[in-house]
Design a protein around this ligand. Structure first.
Ligand SMILES: *Cc1c(COP(=O)(O)O)cnc(C)c1O
Length: 457
C-alpha cells in the first residue's frame, strides 16, 4: 500500500504523511490537514466477519494511515480504545422512541466522547516516538473536558510530557479532579490566573515561540483540529450505520465542529450516512454563517453546555475548503480575513455548497433545560446539557427515517446542571467515583508566557 498524502487547506505547506499530521497538529501555513483524496469505504467490508469496534475502526482508518505508522501500531491503538471503554458495545445505540436514537459516546475513562479520539492518538503518538526516539512536549488549553481526556490518555506515556493549561477556578470540581489526580510524573497542570481565552492565547504563543523553551523537545498540541483526532471519530458513525436499516439523520452537539465533520468524512467516503445537523447552544457563529452567509466571531457566552462555548468553530475551515471545491487560495483569503477582522462574508456559491452539506440550528438555555426535563419525564433517562442540545434539535426534525442524536458526555460530569433541571444529582459511573479523596497536583501561574515557561522548565 502506498501512503496517502495530506494537503493544507491554505495550500502553502508541503505535502505530509499521516505521521506528520499526528505530530504537528496544524499545517505550517496555519491551515488544517486534509487527505489529498478521499478514499472509498464500503460498509460491508468494514463489518465483514462480525468485526468488533476495534476491527471496524482499524479497517476504516487504514486507507488514511497507509504506511504512516509503524507495523501493528494502528491495530494496537484501536484495540486500546476498545479496551478502555467500559461498555461491551463501546458506543451503544439506544432507541428512545420508534425512529429516535441516542448514540452513547461517553463510556470511556473520563466519561466524555473526547476519550474516543484522544486514546487513539495517544496510542499512535507513542508508537511513532518509540521508532524515532524523539520526545514530545504536548501542550493543551482546556475549559475542562479536553484536559481531562488528555491527562487520562497521556499519563505515564514514555516519550511524551503533557502540559495542561486550565483557567484557575473556572473548571468544574469534577473536571479539575480528573486532571489533577493522575499522579503521573509526565503531566504538569497549570492553573492560569485568567480565563479560557488567556489559556488559548498562551498555548498559541508557546507553539510559535518554542525556541524559548530550554528543551530540545518538539512542542505540539492535541486540540480538536488535529487530523488524527478528527479521523478517529469517523468509526462510530460507521458502527452506527451498520446497526440501522437505512441512512439516518445525525444531530451533533457542536462546539469546534470536529465531531460533526467526522460524520461528513464518513459520508464523503461513501458510507450510508444521511443528513448532518450541527446543533449549537447560543454560541451560534456556525448557525449564523449558514443562514446569512456572514461568518462572524462574537464574545463566547457561558451556557450549561460548557464544552460547546466556542466563538469560532476551528474545524469550519475544513468544510469551507471542501465547499470551495478545494480552492486553497480562496480558503486562505477567507480565513486570513476572518482572523484579522473577526468577520467575513462567504461568496454565494460557497454558501450554497455549504448548505448542501450540513444544516445547523441553535438551541436556547431554556430549551436545553426543558429537554433534560422532558427526556427524564417521558423516557426515564438523565442526560447531560450537551446531549440535550442535540436531542432537542433532533425532536424538531420531521421523521422520514431514523434520527440519531449524539450523546457526548455522561450527565454525572455536570451534576449542578442536572440538579438544577431535575432536582436530584445524577448517579456516578465507576470512572467518576473515588476522585475526591485523592491528592491533587497543580501549580498556579500568572497569565504570562514567562510564568508558563518558568513552570515548564
Ligand atoms: C468537545 C465537546 C463537544 C463539542 O464537540 P466539537 O467536536 O468541538 O464540536 C460536545 N459535547 C461535549 C461533552 C464535549 O466535550
Amino acid at each position: 500500500m502506498t501512503s496517502p498524502s495530506y494537503v493544507s487547506t491554505r495550500g502553502r505547506s508541503p505535502l505530509t504523511d499521516f505521521a506528520g499530521t499526528v505530530i504537528n497538529g496544524i499545517a505550517p501555513d496555519g491551515g488544517l490537514f486534509a487527505p489529498s483524496v478521499w478514499p472509498r469505504l464500503e460498509l460491508d467490508a468494514l463489518i465483514a466477519g462480525g468485526a468488533d469496534y476495534a476491527t471496524l475502526a482499524e479497517r476504516l482508518l487504514t486507507p488514511f494511515v497507509g504506511e504512516g505508522l509503524p507495523e501493528g501500531a494502528l491495530a494496537a491503538a484501536t484495540r486500546r480504545v476498545q479496551e478502555r471503554f467500559l461498555h461491551p458495545d463501546v458506543v451503544p445505540l439506544v432507541e428512545l422512541e420508534p425512529g429516535l436514537h441516542v448514540l452513547e459516546l461517553f463510556h470511556g475513562p473520563t466519561a466524555a466522547f473526547k476519550d474516543l479520539a484522544m486514546q487513539l492518538v495517544a496510542g499512535m503518538a507513542e508508537s511513532l516516538l518509540a521508532t524515532t526516539g524523539e520526545r514530545l512536549l504536548l501542550v493543551t488549553a482546556t475549559s475542562g473536558d479536553t484536559g481531562a481526556a488528555a491527562v487520562k490518555a497521556f499519563a505515564g506515556a514514555e516519550r511524551i510530557d503533557l502540559v495542561v493549561l486550565h483557567p484557575l477556578g473556572r473548571v468544574s470540581p469534577m473536571q479539575r479532579l480528573q486532571m489533577t489526580t493522575s499522579g503521573a510524573s509526565n503531566v504538569l497542570n497549570l492553573a492560569v490566573r485568567g480565563d479560557f481565552d488567556d489559556c488559548q492565547r498562551l498555548l498559541k504563543r508557546l507553539l510559535s515561540e518554542t525556541g524559548k523553551t530550554k528543551t530540545t523537545r518538539r512542542v505540539s498540541s492535541v486540540n480538536s483540529i488535529n487530523w488524527a483526532r478528527l479521523s478517529g471519530q469517523a468509526p462510530y458513525y460507521a458502527a452506527t450505520a451498520a446497526k440501522l436499516a437505512e441512512p439516518a439523520t445525525y444531530v451533533v452537539p457542536t462546539g469546534n465542529f470536529g465531531d460533526a465533520f467526522a460524520g461528513w468524512v464518513a459520508r464523503q467516503c461513501g458510507l450510508p450516512i444521511g443528513d448532518l445537523v450541527a446543533a449549537t447552544n447560543r454560541n451560534d457563529a456556525l448557525v449564523r454563517a449558514l443562514h446569512t452567509g456572514v461568518y462572524e466571531r462574537t464574545q463566547a457566552e457561558p451556557t450549561a453546555s460548557v464544552s460547546m462555548d466556542v466563538q469560532a468553530p476551528s474545524n469550519f475551515e475544513r468544510l469551507v475548503f471542501e465547499a470551495t471545491g478545494r480552492d486553497a487560495d480562496l480558503t486562505r483569503g477567507l480565513f486570513e480575513d476572518f482572523n484579522k477582522a473577526g468577520r467575513v462574508t462567504l461568496p454565494d456559491e460557497v454558501l450554497a455548497a455549504l448548505r448542501r452539506e450540513v444544516s445547523a440550528v441553535s438551541v436556547s438555555e431554556a430549551e436545553t433545560v426543558a429537554e433534560m426535563q422532558r427526556t427524564w419525564r417521558e423516557n426515564g433517562r438523565v442526560i447531560c446539557p450537551h446531549t440535550a442540545v442535540a436531542l432537542h434539535a433532533a425532536r424538531r426534525i420531521e421523521r422520514t427515517g431514523p434520527v440519531v442524536a449524539l450523546s457526548t458526555a455522561h450527565p454525572a460530569k455536570f451534576p449542578d446542571s442536572v440538579e438544577a433541571a431535575l432536582g436530584f444529582a445524577p448517579e456516578r459511573p465507576p470512572q467518576l467515583q473515588g476522585l475526591e479523596g485523592q491528592t491533587e497536583r497543580f501549580e498556579t501561574v500568572d497569565a504570562t508566557l514567562e510564568a508558563v515557561l518558568a513552570a515548564i522548565g
